[in-house]
Design a protein around this ligand. Structure first.
Ligand code: HEC
Ligand code: HEC
Ligand code: HEC
Ligand code: HEC
Ligand code: HEC
Ligand code: HEC
Ligand code: HEC
Ligand code: HEC
Ligand code: HEC
Ligand code: HEC
Length: 273
């Protein structure tokens, strides 16, 4: 007899829940109470889309449909931040990709896609804060080795995004030379006498993030060139015996000044006319 009452009770509860199944309300309603989140200074298309767009795609894309909570004002009737931060990365990104192109800038095959979500770097977009000016510091939080290099004595006066698109497909595969030439176009060539070393990318000689050596060189001295120009009959290099040239402690590029290519000299030497 008692169990019957329990069953009836449970049934009524279910029906009750069903009747108040959560419906989307749209975001404008939310900020009537959550004024702090409403008084953002951020403007723009992203914000407008979040607020004025389809109900269910703004605040509710993450916090879930809000009708029950709007009525009760109870925390239990909405998905709180503590639940959301535990979401798997893919689900977090989905909340953004419901509007943004799914493969934004090649995101789906980026090395970041498998370990990160959009929220790692765009946390400020969640609640429309000011854009995070510290993106570079954020990159450095995870990439500690690189973060160390950009503090060395010789460093590049530019930021990560100048060379990397963090959404980009196959970061390592993107030809680094093209990236460098966007700013250093004087080395674009073609030169009458190319230096085949450049075929392997600027980073065979330069450390893009920072270096102990001036000109962002990977290492001091002739070791840089001897990465490739070693032969058993050294100090003959190619057809040229270099014993005299190297005896005084000269660097290869003291003489071969046009290491990036020359229009006048096959040995990459800038000669006085
Ligand atoms: C009628 C006022 C009101 C409206 C409208 C309202 N909220 Fe709330 N909300 C509250 C109050 C009050 C609390 C604090 C409840 C508590 O701490 O017990 C709260 C808490 C929350 C929390 C925290 C929950 C937690 O677990 O701590 C979230 C998230 C939230 N609201 C999101 C929303 C969203 C999204 C909307 C729009 C769909 C919305 N609110 C609309 C009054 C409102
Ligand atoms: C892209 C997902 C996302 C969207 C969209 C979003 N939030 Fe949140 N919200 C979060 C996360 C994650 C947290 C917890 C971390 C934090 O505070 O940043 C949070 C925290 C909150 C809190 C603080 C209480 C708590 O649970 O910690 C409130 C209130 C809230 N959100 C309301 C809103 C309102 C109102 C909107 C729409 C204007 C909105 N959120 C849009 C993800 C989102
Ligand atoms: C309701 C749809 C919608 C959702 C959900 C959404 N966005 Fe947007 N977002 C837009 C629109 C529309 C623009 C402006 C057009 C554009 O740049 O594609 C925009 C622009 C942006 C911009 C560049 C413009 C700016 O203001 O800096 C960033 C960054 C951005 N969104 C990140 C995110 C992230 C991260 C998420 C998830 C937390 C997200 N968006 C979720 C619609 C949305
Ligand atoms: C590893 C960090 C990182 C991750 C992860 C990341 N972004 Fe970005 N995103 C950036 C940086 C850096 C910029 C460029 C600087 C800026 O605009 O603030 C940017 C710019 C953008 C822009 C505006 C520029 C444009 O050309 O469209 C949008 C939109 C955007 N991101 C959306 C997303 C979405 C959606 C995701 C998740 C699928 C995501 N981002 C994941 C770091 C990241
Ligand atoms: C939350 C941690 C995190 C943040 C923040 C982050 N990354 Fe990453 N990044 C990773 C992980 C994890 C990988 C993939 C694993 C790996 O290869 O090291 C990765 C891979 C990369 C790669 C490719 C490395 C390779 O070996 O091919 C580049 C380049 C990169 N990130 C640049 C950036 C830039 C630029 C930013 C800032 C806009 C950034 N990352 C922010 C964690 C992060
Ligand atoms: C001048 C362009 C440039 C800038 C600026 C730059 N990078 Fe790189 N980055 C490169 C190149 C080129 C490579 C490939 C190096 C290689 O293959 O040896 C690379 C490689 C990486 C890698 C792969 C691992 C490694 O050490 O080789 C990570 C991670 C990375 N960069 C993160 C960052 C972060 C974070 C910043 C900002 C603090 C940044 N980069 C700034 C050009 C740049
Ligand atoms: C966004 C523009 C930009 C990109 C991309 C860029 N650089 Fe630079 N680079 C600069 C600026 C600015 C300087 C400083 C120029 C100065 O001091 O006269 C510089 C300086 C240098 C220097 C000389 C440093 C010194 O101590 O004199 C080297 C070497 C260099 N870059 C190599 C590279 C390589 C290699 C890449 C690609 C991995 C690259 N750069 C990509 C802007 C860029
Ligand atoms: C074979 C090694 C090597 C390669 C490959 C190489 N560089 Fe250099 N680069 C050097 C050397 C050596 C110097 C310094 C010359 C000096 O100090 O007299 C230098 C200097 C520079 C400077 C500083 C010039 C100045 O006058 O301050 C820039 C910028 C530069 N390289 C950019 C690049 C770019 C961009 C690439 C790829 C297109 C590249 N380098 C490829 C060896 C190389
Ligand atoms: C990544 C390998 C590599 C590095 C590093 C390198 N080179 Fe080369 N270099 C080559 C190759 C390959 C050739 C073409 C050799 C040939 O045609 O026999 C070449 C050709 C030359 C030539 C012209 C030779 C001729 O054919 O007349 C000179 C001069 C030269 N390098 C000097 C240097 C100097 C100076 C450095 C250091 C700043 C350097 N190289 C670093 C690979 C490299
Ligand atoms: C004191 C000046 C000087 C120094 C230092 C020097 N070279 Fe040379 N190098 C020359 C001259 C001169 C030639 C011959 C040019 C010619 O005859 O047109 C030459 C020729 C070459 C050639 C072309 C050989 C051939 O077969 O035609 C290469 C490659 C070369 N040097 C590489 C290097 C490397 C690598 C270093 C550093 C280990 C170096 N040089 C140091 C002056 C120098």
């Amino acid at each position: 007899m008692r169990t019957h009452f329990l069953w009836l009770f449970a049934l009524i509860c279910c029906l009750g829940l069903y009747a108040q199944e959560r419906q989307p309300t749209g975001s404008v309603v939310c900020v009537e109470c959550h004024v702090d989140i409403g008084t953002f200074s951020r403007k723009g298309a992203h914000r407008n889309a979040m607020f004025l767009g389809e109900a269910g795609r703004g605040c509710e894309a993450c916090h879930g449909n809000g009708s029950a909570h709007v009525e009760s004002g109870e925390a239990a009737d909405i998905l709180g931040g503590d639940v959301l931060v535990e979401w798997p990365d893919e689900q977090k990104s989905k909340a953004c990709l419901s509007c943004h192109q799914e493969n934004i800038h090649g995101w789906l095959s980026s090395p970041h896609e498998s370990d990160l979500s959009c929220w790692n770097c765009h946390g400020e977009m969640l609640h429309f804060h000011e854009p995070d000016e510290q993106k570079q510091a954020k990159c450095a939080e995870c990439h500690k080795d690189v973060a160390m290099r950009i503090k060395l004595q010789y460093r590049h006066p530019i930021s990560c995004e100048d060379c990397h698109d963090p959404h980009q497909e196959n970061e390592r595969g993107v030809d680094s030379t093209d990236r460098c030439l966007r700013c250093h176009s004087e080395y674009q060539g073609p030169f009458v006498y190319e230096h085949a070393a450049l075929d392997d990318g600027c980073q065979v000689c330069h450390e893009p993030h920072g270096s102990h050596t001036p000109r962002l060189l990977k290492m001091t001295g002739n070791g840089l060139c001897l990465q490739c120009h070693t032969q058993s009959i050294f100090p003959s290099i190619g057809k040229k015996v270099h014993s005299t040239q190297l005896s005084g402690g000269a660097f290869c590029y003291d003489c071969h000044t046009d290491v990036h290519g020359s229009n006048t000299d096959p040995s990459l030497i800038r000669r006085l006319k």
